[in-house]
Ligand binder design. Structure first.
Ligand code: GDP
Length: 425
């Protein structure tokens, strides 16, 4: 049985907390895309953690955590993150890294920074983790697979070939120091020793796990609107954030994914540039940012203040559809308790016509939000465990959103802690 947990919005929906919760009922938790460029926040009995690369199942001793072939694997980062959690008292997690995963190279991180510098004001707002150069190289077929680290001859030949190409760009486009072949080789040999304890033929491992009836959880990073095909291109990430990619990103049959838990945030937030129709500004935004999340809406990886907006039913319904959502977890609902009225964006006005369908970026640029206002509940809802005990207007807000999403809301998150959750159906 395979379950996926993914985001319907721009990321930062609170997937970390829900994954941590669902991980308790799973045997194997798998990261299938992205890298260390975004973070999940998890609060549990060991403390507060911002995980970037490790799956959010590392806190349990019954789970195996997998870095799938679809991930951008930053090896020193992996080692650092494991050390960080173990230093805080978490038992050494069981981690497997796919032999087919590709490696974020030191030059990917440099190229990311150089390109942003070159683009200046037109930059993509990259987190400079090397993700875009990494995936570009993967598809240009000059990436390095983990398995290649263990064949020195292949490695030497490839390093030579790749350095030739990279050094032309470094010299003539960026005017930066060149890569020294021997130094790169030495780094890769260090990477080999660091990753060796974790390397596994994940495809075979998961085939056997499925045969044995193990419970798998695919953990997505970011959300639908950051997908390179379905999101707000080009202000997207470089790997697929969609549950369907979960099958490719670890090597399981697509029909095994039975349940797609899609996390939807009760208001909107986004990091980085790009279209954001229901964005709000000024004091209204500052107040929501201050009250949002757990101690304010600031990026878990970058610390950047997040852009804020009201709930966008058009974007979220589309985000759920693209994921193939079978159920929705609605998060950070508690944050909205201060409002007299809560605007919800229910349509986009484009060239004088109102639509409920989320368009491609060119059209999206012209979209203006159409709002309805729902009455607020003016009450703290943290601590409530049963749906029926929620204030009437709060239930109305949830039910309104459920109708707009066209997917059942089965979980309502009313606080950052693992146990602050209301199970609905
Ligand atoms: P992710 O990338 O989707 O995992 O999202 P993040 O973990 O980066 O951001 C979510 C933020 O909201 C974190 O600070 C969480 O601790 C916090 N959070 C998650 N669920 C809730 C909730 O229901 N209420 C509140 N107040 N905060 C939440």
């Amino acid at each position: 049985m395979v379950k996926a947990i993914v985001g319907a919005n721009w990321g930062d929906e609170g997937k970390g907390k829900i994954t941590d919760m669902l991980a308790e009922e799973s045997d194997i938790i798998i990261r299938f895309q992205g890298g260390s460029n975004a973070g999940h926040t998890i609060i549990n009995e060991y403390g507060k953690f911002a995980l970037h690369l490790l799956p959010s199942g590392v806190f349990y001793d019954h789970t195996t955590c997998i870095i799938g072939n679809g991930v951008a694997l930053n090896i020193p980062w992996l080692v650092k993150e494991v050390k960080e959690i173990v230093d805080k008292g978490v038992p050494q997690p069981r981690i497997l890294v796919s032999d087919r995963a590709q490696i974020v190279m030191p030059y990917h991180i440099l190229f990311d920074a150089y390109e942003e510098e070159r683009l200046g004001g037109n930059s993509f707002g990259s987190t400079k983790s090397g993700i875009a150069p990494f995936y570009s190289d993967k598809y240009a077929k000059i990436g390095f697979q983990v398995s290649e680290l263990f064949d020195d001859e292949t490695l030497q030949e490839k390093v030579k070939r790749v350095c030739e190409q990279k050094n032309v760009i470094l010299e003539h486009l960026y005017h930066k120091p060149l890569i020294v072949e021997e130094e790169l080789l030495a780094t890769l040999r260090e990477y080999r020793d660091m990753v060796a304890p974790y390397v596994c033929d994940v495809v075979t491992y998961l085939r056997d796990a499925l045969k044995d009836g193990k419970r798998l959880l695919l953990e997505g990073q970011l959300g639908s609107l950051k997908d390179p095909d379905f999101g707000i291109y080009p202000m997207v990430t470089s790997s697929h954030t969609i549950a369907a990619y979960g099958a490719i990103g670890c090597g399981i049959p697509p029909y095994e994914i039975k349940d797609i838990v899609t996390v939807v945030k009760a208001y909107s937030s986004a990091v980085g540039a790009g279209e954001f129709v229901s964005e709000i500004f000024g004091e209204e935004a500052d107040e929501l940012r201050r009250r949002g999340g757990d101690g304010g809406e600031f990026g878990a990886t970058t610390g950047r203040p997040r852009r804020m907006g009201w709930f966008d039913a058009v974007a979220s319904r589309y985000g759920c559809k693209i994921q193939g959502a079978t159920e929705v977890a609605l998060t950070v609902l508690d944050v909205l308790g201060y409002l007299d009225e809560i605007p919800v964006c229910v349509g986009y006005e484009i060239d004088g016509k109102v639509t409920r369908d989320f368009p491609a970026t060119v059209q999206l640029k012209k979209a203006k939000p159409v709002y309805v206002k729902l009455p607020g509940w003016k009450q703290e809802i943290r601590g409530i465990k049963n749906y029926d005990e929620l204030p009437e207007n709060c239930k109305k807000y949830i039910e309104f959103i459920e109708k707009e999403l066209e997917v059942p809301i089965t979980l309502v998150s009313n606080g950052p802690r693992r146990d602050e959750i209301i199970r609905r159906k």
